[in-house]
Ligand binder design. Structure first.
Ligand code: TMP
Ligand code: ZN
Length: 376
C-alpha cells in the first residue's frame, strides 16, 4: 500500500530516492521464482518533520508471516555488554529494588536474559519469546495489559524494532501508558546518515520502513511529552544510534543533511564499478551470504542472471532461492568442492574480514569496499 502520510507526524511526503522494485527481501522461496511479484522500493521525505521512510509499505502480516529470524547466540556478548552499560546508567538511578524492564520486540529473549543476569527484572514482548501468557505484540492496548500485570515500569528497551512496526505512533502511546513518571526508554535503530555516508543502499528493503535521523524523532517524542536525553553512535548494522529518552525536554543534536542526488549518483557509480569487476573476471560468479541486503543489491544491479548460485552457512536457508530469482542457496562447502575457478560477490559484506580469512585462496568482489566509513 502506498504511504502518503508520514509515519511520525502524518505530514505529506515527497519521493526523494528510487531503487529497482523487489520482492520481500527475507521471503526466500522453495522454487525459483524469477517472475515473483515486486513491490516499489522508494524513499520519501516528510514535508512536515523531514522523516525519511518507504513510499510503499507491505503490511506486517505479509512481511512477517513466515519470519524465521532468531537473534543468534553470537550476539550474546554484545548484548551482555549493553546490559551492563544499562545497569550502570539506570539500575541505581531508577530504584533500590529490582528495576522493572519491558523489552519490545526482543525476539527469542537473549537480551532480556542478560538484563536479568545483571539484576534487572525484565520481560520480553515478542511473538518469538517463550514467556507464557504475555502479549506477543506491543501496542497501546497491550501496554494496558502489561500495566495491569506489572504496574508501570522504569525502563523500556527496543533494539532494531521501531522500523518494523506498522504503527509507530500507537507504540509511542503504549510507551506513554506503561512508563513510570521517572522512567527511561532506550532504543537502537539504524542511522540514515551512516547508511548514506557508506553508500550502502542495500540496507533499504521492505522490512525497514523507516530511515532514522534525530530531528524527526525529537518532534515525535515531544508530542508524547518525551525528550531525548542522550544519543550514542554505534558501529553495528553499518551505523546505528542508541537513543535515550524520558519525560521532559529534548537536548539538541547536530547532524548532517542528506544530498539525495549525490547519493543516487554514488549508487550508480558503485553499480558500474561492481559490474565492471565482475565482467572483467569472466569467471562463474557466486554470491556469498543470503542476506536480506543481497535481494536489494542483486535486483538493483541487475545481477539475477549473472550469479550461478549463492552460498550461506545457515541450514534453514540452504535449498531455498533468493527472492525473485533462480539463484539457489547452497552450503558454503560447495565453493571448495567444485574446482572450476570463480569470483565471489560478497553480499554479506558486513562480515568481509571474517569471510576472507576463511577463504584466502578465493577472489572476492566486495561492494562498497572502497568507501571509508565516515564517523557520524
Ligand atoms: P546478515 O548480514 O543479515 O547478518 O546475514 C549474514 C548472512 O551471511 C547469514 O545468512 C549468515 C551468512 N554467513 C555465512 O554464510 N558465512 C559466514 O562466515 C558468515 C559470517 C555469515
Ligand atoms: Zn513527518
Amino acid at each position: 500500500m502506498i504511504v502518503d502520510r508520514c509515519r511520525m507526524c502524518l505530514g505529506g511526503v515527497d519521493k526523494v530516492f528510487s531503487l529497482t522494485p523487489t520482492p520481500i527481501a527475507n521471503g526466500f522461496t522453495k522454487q525459483p521464482e524469477p517472475y515473483a511479484v515486486r513491490f516499489p522500493l522508494d524513499l520519501t521525505r516528510c514535508r512536515g518533520c523531514g522523516h525519511i521512510q518507504l513510499g510503499y509499505a507491505v503490511p506486517g502480516s505479509v512481511l512477517f508471516k513466515d519470519y524465521k529470524y532468531r537473534t543468534p547466540e553470537a550476539e550474546r556478548k554484545r548484548l551482555a555488554e549493553q546490559a551492563i552499560h544499562l545497569s550502570v546508567k539506570y539500575k541505581h538511578a531508577l530504584g533500590i529494588d529490582k528495576v522493572k524492564v519491558v523489552e519490545i520486540g526482543g525476539n527469542n529473549g537473549i537480551f532480556t536474559d542478560e538484563l536479568n543476569k545483571v539484576g534487572f527484572w525484565s520481560v520480553c514482548i515478542d511473538p518469538a519469546a517463550q514467556e507464557s501468557g504475555l502479549p506477543k505484540w506491543f501496542t497501546s492496548k497491550t501496554a494496558l495489559t502489561l500495566r495491569d500485570l506489572f504496574g508501570r515500569v522504569k525502563l523500556i528497551v527496543a533494539n532494531n524494532v521501531f522500523s518494523h512496526v506498522d504503527d509507530l505512533r500507537n507504540v509511542m502511546l503504549g510507551i506513554d501508558r506503561l512508563l513510570d513518571d521517572d522512567g527511561a526508554v532506550v532504543f537502537e535503530v539504524q542511522y540514515l546518515p551512516d547508511l548514506v555516508a557508506g553508500g550502502r543502499f542495500d540496507m533499504i528493503y521492505h522490512e525497514h520502513k523507516d530511515y532514522h535521523t534525530l530531528k524527526p524523532w525529537g518532534r515525535l517524542l515531544r508530542k508524547y511529552g518525551f525528550g531525548i536525553t542522550e544519543v550514542e553512535y554505534l558501529d553495528v548494522h553499518g551505523g546505528s544510534i542508541r537513543v535515550h529518552f524520558r519525560r521532559g525536554p529534548s537536548i539538541d543534536h547536530d547532524e548532517p543533511s542528506v544530498n539525495w542526488q549525490a547519493f543516487a549518483q554514488r549508487v550508480e557509480d558503485e553499480k558500474n564499478r561492481v559490474k565492471a569487476l565482475l565482467d572483467a573476471s569472466g569467471e562463474q560468479i557466486v554470491a556469498y551470504g543470503a542476506t536480506a541486503k543481497a535481494c536489494t543489491l542483486i535486483h538493483h544491479f541487475g545481477l539475477q542472471k549473472r550469479i550461478a548460485y549463492c552460498v550461506d552457512y545457515t541450514p534453514e536457508k540452504q535449498g531455498l532461492y533468493i527472492p525473485g530469482t533462480a539463484i539457489k542457496i547452497l552450503p558454503v562447502e560447495t565453493l571448495t568442492q567444485s574446482k572450476s575457478s570463480k569470483v565471489i560477490f560478497l553480499t554479506a559484506w558486513n562480515y568481509a574480514s571474517e569471510i576472507r580469512a576463511k577463504h584466502r585462496d578465493l577472489e572476492f568482489v566486495v561492494p562498497f569496499e572502497k568507501e571509508e566509513r565516515l564517523a557520524a
